[in-house]
Design a protein around this ligand. Sequence first.
Ligand SMILES: [Zn+2]
Length: 312
Amino acid sequence: MRTKTKWSPGPGVKVLGVALTDDDSWVVSAAGPAFGVCPDCGRRSRNRHGWLTRSLQDLPVQGRTVTVKLRLSRWRCAYQKCERQTFTDRLSAVASPYERRTRRVAEIVGLLGHSAGRRPAERLMRRLGLPVSDDTILRHLKRHAAGNRPISSRIIGIDDWSWRRSWRYGTMIVDLERREVLDILQDRSVASTAQWLKRHPSVEIVNRDRCGLYAQAAREGAPQARQVADRFHLLQNLRIAIEEQMSLSGRATGRALRPDKDNEPYADTTHRRRARHAHRQSRQVVFDAVHALRKEGLPCSEIARRTGYGRR
Ligand SMILES: [Zn+2]
């Protein structure tokens, strides 16, 4: 058995101290190496030009989040023939440039994002002490998109995603067997998706959402392929339907549990009609409340905070 007395986020990083903050998370203070290696000429430098601190999310400890405050140096290249004047510690084994989490966390974000999908992965990771937003998870998936390289995928998934939320949408195409993003299209249209499908005649199964756009694109671009609705959208439709039914009236939730013949939920059309009416009314109440707040001059963000409804 080997023991390790000094823990480190990665090679070249020296831990200076560990502290538990008031909000129950660990902060690890660490510093980069005592010399730099110029990326252009490969020579060492101890001529320090300045400091910078990177804040990196690391693997959790005892279920609590860990942040590494990593102090890095900016060095001067002393070699006269080298064109580079200054450079910063890279430490690419610890974290990619501009990444806000360590490589090992980024790997988990990618793995969980691929296997569970963005929202389930977000919930799971928060529970594990690795809070990462669903947008970040999606960004990780996009980053590993393979571009326009020739492929022979059989089973693909097509869905939209936002370049800018509520503003501009694109299309993401995923190889579901290899679990990797194949391509990202600039827009969400029948034409561009159908064109992509025509360029990839190997596709046998198209897994898509339940709006008609991609169904039409698959009919035009890949008539040979079978279309199936994906699990995420089926579950999403089911969840929305259940939520709508549950929100119709508080009574329904309580009654549904009782084996009372009169209270069988939504067994007759009259009840369904009444339920739909109640639902419409409750939406109207929300609509009126939001508009009343808007008339008071409140910004959208404040209205969203007060009502619990998102900006959209
Ligand atoms: Zn140099």
